[in-house]
Design a protein around this ligand. Structure first.
Ligand code: ATP
Ligand code: MG
Length: 402
C-alpha cells in the first residue's frame, strides 16, 4: 500500500461563508504554483475537500512544500480505494500495520458521506475495528485517546483512508484578504511584519526609501533579497523603490534637528499612502514595535500617523525584540537583515530625536515648506520591481528553504 494523495483541511476558511469560493480558489492556485516543479503531482478538489494527488512524487517532498502554504490547517496522507469492503479492509490493515508499534491502541472513525453505501458509520467502525483486532495481535481499542485513529471516509466517488494528521501553517491563502503596502527597510522587523501580513492572507507590496549616494546599491540589494524571501510565500512580490534623497536634504535644511526624524517619518508615510492609492491598496504595514526607538513611542506614532487615516497595520506592535528575532530566523530573513548597510534614516538621524514630538510643533515647522511637489516627484520617479523566487538566489539554495 502506498499513499497516493494528501487530504487538505481548510481550517479557518470554513467560517468565511460566501467568500469561501474565492478562498478555496486562491488556495488551489497557491498549492498548484508551489508544487509546479513536481510535474506528476496535481491538485484536485472542490469547496468541501481538496487533495494533492502525488503521482510519481515522494510524499515527504510534497509534505515539505505544503507545510509552508498559508490557508492549510492540517493535512493527511491518504489512500483512495474503490468502495469495495474487501479492498477497503486490506488497505486498512496495511495502513495500520505500517503505523503499529507494540502496545499501541487504536480506533476507527468512519464517515459515510455517501448515504447509499451499504454500511452505516457505526457498522464501518465495528467491521473494520474487528478486522484489525483479529489481524494485529496485541492491538487494543481506546476510543478516547488512541495512538492510531484510522479514518474511513466514504464519499460518492470512492472511499478515503487516512490516519496521520500533519499541522499546516494556518492563516489564510496569500492574496485572499486585499492589498496593503509594506514599508520595508533593510532591518530585522519589517520583513517579519510582511511575513505575518502574508500569513493573514494580505497581498503585500513593498515600499523602500532609498537615499543615494548616502545609501549604496548594496543597501538596495539587501531589500531586494529580503523581498525575494517573502516572495517565496506569495509567489511574487512588487517592490517600489522611492528616491528619497532630495526630501531628506530638504527636511534637514528646514526643520529643527530634533524634529527631523518626525517629519521624515511623516513624509515617508505620505508617499507610501500615495503609492497605496496608485496601486489600489487599502492599508499600510510597518515593522514598528511599541517603545523600541524614538519614532516608535506612542506620542511619536500619534504625531506621525496624523497625516493619514488609512489603516496603518503594525503586526509587531506588542512583540518583544527577542520574539521578533526568533521569527526572523524562522523565516530566514534574519541573516540578510543583520548585514551591515546604511539606512536612509540612520544616516540622517539627529543626535537627539524627540521622543514626544507634538503635532502642533511639527505642523508649524512643516508649514514653511511646500512638500507637495517633492512628494509628487518622488512618487513619479519611484521604480517598481517585480521580485520572484530565484531572482538572485540559485535554484539549489531555494530548495533548502522549503
Ligand atoms: P526595521 O527593523 O524594520 O528597520 P527598526 O526597528 O529599525 O525597524 P525603524 O528604523 O525606526 O525601526 O523603522 C520603523 C519602521 O519604519 C520599519 O519597520 C519600516 O516599516 C519603516 N521604515 C524604516 N525605514 C524605512 C525605509 N528606508 N524604507 C521603508 N520603510 C522604512
Ligand atoms: Mg530600521
Amino acid at each position: 500500500m502506498k499513499y497516493d494523495r494528501i487530504l487538505i483541511r481548510y481550517g479557518e476558511l470554513s467560517t468565511k461563508g460566501r467568500n469561501r469560493n474565492k478562498f478555496v480558489d486562491k488556495l488551489k492556485k497557491n498549492i498548484r504554483r508551489a508544487i509546479q516543479n513536481y510535474s506528476t503531482a496535481f491538485v484536485e478538489g472542490d469547496l468541501e475537500r481538496m487533495y494533492v494527488v502525488l503521482g510519481e512524487e515522494k510524499l515527504e517532498d510534497i509534505v515539505k512544500v505544503l507545510k509552508n502554504i498559508f490557508g492549510i490547517q492540517s493535512f493527511s496522507p491518504a489512500v483512495k480505494v474503490e468502495k469495495d469492503i474487501e479492498q477497503m479492509k486490506n488497505i486498512a490493515l496495511t495502513l495500520v500495520q505500517k503505523l503499529y508499534q507494540p502496545g499501541m491502541t487504536f480506533k476507527v472513525t468512519g464517515r459515510r458521506a455517501d448515504k447509499s453505501f451499504e454500511f452505516s458509520t457505526d457498522q464501518i467502525n465495528r467491521e473494520f475495528g474487528a478486522h484489525l483486532l483479529i489481524n494485529i495481535p496485541g492491538l487494543t481499542v481506546n476510543v478516547k485517546k488512541p495512538d492510531i485513529n484510522l479514518r474511513i471516509e466514504v464519499r460518492k466517488e470512492a472511499a478515503y483512508l487516512f490516519s496521520e494528521t500533519i499541522l499546516g501553517a494556518g492563516g489564510y491563502p496569500s492574496g485572499s484578504n486585499g492589498k496593503a503596502m509594506l514599508m520595508l527597510s533593510g532591518g530585522i522587523d519589517s520583513p517579519v511584519a510582511g511575513y505575518l501580513s502574508l500569513k493573514r492572507g494580505l497581498e503585500v507590496e513593498g515600499v523602500h526609501f532609498f537615499s543615494p549616494p548616502f545609501t549604496s546599491e548594496r543597501a538596495k540589494q539587501k531589500v531586494i533579497d529580503l523581498t525575494e524571501k517573502l516572495s517565496l510565500i506569495s509567489g511574487e512580490m512588487a517592490l517600489h523603490i522611492v528616491p528619497f534623497t532630495e526630501i531628506q536634504q530638504l527636511i534637514h535644511s528646514q526643520v529643527p534637528s530634533n524634529y527631523t526624524m518626525t517629519t521624515t517619518r511623516r513624509m515617508m508615510l505620505r508617499i507610501t499612502d500615495e503609492l497605496r492609492k496608485k496601486q489600489n491598496g487599502l492599508a499600510i504595514i510597518t515593522g514598528e514595535s511599541l517603545g523600541q526607538v524614538a519614532s516608535q513611542t506612542l506620542e511619536s506614532m500619534y504625531t506621525i500617523n496624523e497625516i493619514t487615516n488609512t489603516p496603518v497595520l503594525r503586526p509587531l506592535i506588542m512583540m518583544d525584540k527577542t520574539e521578533i528575532i526568533e521569527l526572523s530566523q524562522k523565516i530566514d530573513t534574519h541573516d540578510i537583515s543583520i548585514l551591515p548597510y546604511e539606512d536612509c534614516c540612520t544616516i540622517f538621524v539627529p543626535a537627539s530625536p524627540k521622543t514626544k514630538p507634538k503635532r502642533e510643533k511639527v505642523q508649524h515647522y512643516e508649514s514653511f515648506i511646500d512638500f507637495e511637489p517633492y512628494i509628487q516627484k518622488a512618487v513619479e520617479n519611484t521604480e517598481m520591481l517585480i521580485i520572484r523566487p530565484g531572482h538572485s538566489l540559485k535554484q539549489d539554495n531555494l530548495e533548502d528553504l522549503f
